[in-house]
Write a new protein. Sequence first.
Length: 375
Amino acid sequence: MKKLTLLGDITPEQFLRDYWHKKPLLIRQAIPGFKPLLPFDKLAELATKDYVESRLVTKTTEGSWDMQHGPLKELPARKQREWTMLVQGVNLQDDNADALLRQFRFLPDARRDDLMVSFATDGGGVGPHFDSYDVFLLQAEGQRRWKISAQKDLTLIEGLPLKILKKFKATEEFVLEPGDMLYLPPHYAHDGEAIGDCQTYSIGFRSPSYQELGEAFLQFMADSIDLPGRYADPELEPTSKPAEIPKAMLGKLADELNKVSFTEDDFAIFLGEYLSEPKHNVFFQPLEKPLTAGKFQQSAEKNGVSLSRKTQMLYRGKNVFINGESFAMNKADKATLETLANTRGLNGATVAGASEDVLEALFAWYTDGWLELNK
C-alpha cells in the first residue's frame, strides 16, 4: 500500500501493527503547510449555534477550572490568557473539515467519530486528562506544548467540572507546530498548553462501552422477541411459606427465557443502525423544492451523486445502513451500494446502470437531504 504523508514515513499497516491502541506516535509535518480550515470568527460563530456542541474552559484566579456549555453567546477577550473554546463536529458544518476527517479512512468509518477544533489563548488548555478513545491531535495554528505519560494511575480530582488527573507525571514532552500531529491511544494521559494563540484539531475515533452497547442492543431487540404461551403451574402444591418464590416457578421461567437467542445477523443489523445513527444534534433539511424523480435521474446520470457530509453509510453482508436505517441488498444492487458507501458518491455512468430499486432509494435520500446531486 502507498505510504501516506499523514503517517510520516510508515504505511497504514505499520501504524496499525505498531502504534494503534498501543503507543503514541509523533508525526512531524503530517500535513506540510497546514493552516486552519476555518478562521476564528467562523469558529466562534459555530459555537453560538444550538445545533453545534461547544464548551468554554477557563482557569479561575484560584487556579481551579470552570467550564461553560454552549451555545456560547460571549467569549472572553482575545488578549485574556488561559481560556479554551472547544467546538465539536466541525466536519458536519464545513466541507473542508469533512474532507480532512476523511483522509483518515484507512480506518473504518464504523470507528470514526468527529473533528473537534480547540482554540486556546496563551496558557490555555483543559488540564491533564485521558480519553477513552483513539485520537489524532493535529496542530493547525500557533504552537502547543504536549506533555504525555503512560501512567496507570488515572485517578481524577473530585468536585471539578472537568475530568482532571489527580497525579499527572509527564514522561515525554513535545512542542507541535502547524502541520505536526500526535497520535494517542486510549487512556494515555496527556496535557496540552497553548503557546500564544493556537488551534488544535482533534480527530477522534469512537469506542462505546460494552455496557452502552448491551443496553442499546437489548432495547433494539425488545420488539423482536417472540415467546408464545403464558406461565402456568397445574402441579402447584400448598405452601407454608407464601412469601417465598417457588423453586419450580423460577426454574420454569428461566427455561422459557433462555429460549431467547440472537443471531449474527441480529448483531450486524443492530450495530449498523447504531453506528450510523446521527447524533442528537445532527439534523437534515429536506429539500423545499426537489426535482421530480425523472429530472433527478437525468441530472444524476449526467453528473453523479454524493452523500451529504452528515450522512453515515455502512454495510455488512447483505445489509446496508444509512443514518440509522437498514435494508437488505439483493445481489444485483450490492456492488453499486457498496461503491456509494466506500467512495461516498457515484458517477453518472454508475447511476445510469443502477436498478429501479437503487434509483428509487437515491431519489428518496435526495429529497430527505441525505444525498446531493453533483454540479
